[in-house]
Design a protein around this ligand. Structure first.
Ligand SMILES: Nc1ncnc2c1ncn2[C@@H]1O[C@H](COP(=O)(O)OP(=O)(O)OP(=O)(O)O)[C@@H](O)[C@H]1O
Ligand SMILES: [Mg+2]
Length: 458
């Protein structure tokens, strides 16, 4: 392409008449336009492609390809299609002006040319053309900008969604962690409380033990002495018949006959009472026996018996229901290596839950509330302890959640919801065993503790 005078706009004139060409060229002398010419359509098209003029003036009637055809070809070619084309016609010629405009021309000028008018039109079209180009460019930039923005907005929306999802996940994680932490803290407090309570009870039981032994050891002697005294008194009555008014009066006063009959009974019931205190204090000591750091060989049955003794008051009949019948079916168990204090706590939780479930049920029916506890050896070196109640049973929802820390269906202040989660922790984590539950709503529940006889030391 020939280098153009940048300040000047270039115009290509395509006309077959040399006279015309000369005439028009003259019009542009001293104007801001630089002119190049072509004698026919074909040459014009080639020149337009090479020179890329700013505007083309095109004669309509030419030999060879006429102006319309030339215009069509210019508009088809991507290199020239945007160059504005103005047709030139003689005033005397009758041409289809509309046709020219529909195939892409922008205007007509008529011969003979009025210089000022032609220049004004050319300027106008060049200005229009340049404005159109600017507009198109800006449009392009805008479209690109809009596309970029749309992409950025979509990315932003994706990012926001992702962020929202992550925040949700993180919140859920944190809530879970907080819940677990609270549960762990409560379990810790509960275990600590149990251990302090255990120490306290064990030491009180120990303190009670001495005087109780003292009383129970002496009560047999007291019983023997009293019997001997009574015998002695009866001998007196038999052999000293002499009636002494003061003694007679005193015997009446104290109702000696009744006293002699009642005293041995009183002593017997005192003996029974003191025996009860003694076994309770032994049970308490067994139950809460301070756990050593190592596992001990433990008689499971002793643990269950102590637990039942401590819970004895809750088994009695009350206004709502008859007494709870406890049916024990102990198998022949070896000693089990375990932390006895912790296992007792498990028995206590399970039996207390069974009593609670029985309290929940309506006992106007004829059936009797029962808790069955059985033990057996399974799989050679494991034992199973079953605690079965015929209490209220569980709904499917409770069944699904009962081992969760803090899950309870009991009123505030009655249940903490920690009993079973602590029990499971003790059985499964501390002893490598299993704690499972089977339950039928309205029928009752069965809890099974399975323990290895020789669980490894921790
Ligand atoms: N034998 C059972 N029969 C019916 N439901 C039971 C039984 N044992 C436990 N549950 C249900 O499981 C829930 C959780 O028991 P868990 O022992 O963990 O807590 P809790 O007894 O409510 O409170 P606590 O911490 O005082 O033991 C109970 O609230 C109860 O709904
Ligand atoms: Mg409980």
């Amino acid at each position: 392409m020939k280098s153009k005078n940048l300040a000047k706009k270039s115009i290509l004139i395509i006309d077959d008449s040399p006279t015309n060409l000369e005439l028009i060229s003259e019009l542009f002398n001293d104007s801001e336009f630089e002119v190049c010419i072509a004698p026919d359509g074909e040459v014009g098209i080639k020149k337009a492609e090479v020179e890329r003029p700013d505007l083309i003036l095109l004669d309509v009637i030419m030999p060879g390809i006429d102006g319309f055809e030339t215009c069509k070809m210019l508009k088809k070619n991507p290199a020239t299609k945007d160059i504005p084309v103005i047709f030139m016609t003689a005033r005397s010629e009758t041409v289809d002006k509309v046709k020219g405009l529909t195939i892409g021309a922008v205007d007509y000028i008529t011969k003979p040319f009025q210089q000022e008018e032609v220049l004004a039109r050319l300027r106008l079209h060049l200005r229009l053309y340049s404005l159109t180009r600017t507009l198109e460019e800006q449009n392009l930039i805008l479209t690109e900008e809009i596309e970029k923005r749309a992409i950025a907005e979509a990315a932003l929306r994706d990012f926001a969604r992702e962020l929202e999802k992550r925040v949700e996940e993180r919140t859920a994680e944190l809530t879970r962690a907080l819940h677990d932490l609270q549960a762990a803290q409560l379990q810790l407090v509960q275990s600590e409380k149990m251990s302090i309570l255990g120490q306290l009870v064990a030491s009180v039981a120990h303190e009670i033990n001495n005087p109780v032994n003292f009383v129970s050891g002496n009560i047999s002697h007291a019983q023997q002495y009293i019997n001997q005294l009574i015998e002695h008194l009866q001998l007196y009555q038999q052999y000293c018949q002499e009636k002494i008014p003061n003694i007679e009066e005193h015997a009446r006063h104290i109702d000696l006959e009744y006293l002699i009959k009642d005293l041995p009974k009183i002593i017997s019931s005192m003996k029974i009472g003191i025996e009860r205190i003694r076994s309770l204090s032994v049970s308490l000591r067994n139950f809460y026996r301070a756990d050593s750091l190592q596992k001990l060989a433990f008689n499971i049955h002793e643990g269950i018996d102590s637990t039942l003794l401590i819970l004895g008051h809750r088994l009695k009949a009350n206004n709502e229901r008859p007494a709870i019948e406890v049916i024990l079916k102990y198998g022949k168990l070896p000693l089990v290596k375990c932390y006895p204090g912790q296992l007792n706590q498990v028995f206590m939780n399970l039996i207390a839950n069974a009593i609670d479930a029985i309290e929940e049920k309506d006992w106007k029916s004829v059936s009797i509330p029962t808790i069955r506890i059985s033990t057996e050896v399974i799989k050679e070196d494991w034992v199973a302890i079953r605690i079965v109640d015929n209490g209220c049973g569980m709904t499917p929802e409770v069944k699904q959640r009962l081992f969760e820390p803090l899950f309870t269906t009991k009123p505030r202040g009655k249940g903490t919801g920690l009993g079973l989660s602590i029990s499971r922790q003790i059985v499964e984590e501390k002893h490598g065993g299993r704690l499972t539950c089977i339950s039928e709503e309205g029928e009752g529940s069965e809890f099974v503790i399975e323990l290895p006889i020789n669980s490894p030391s921790e």
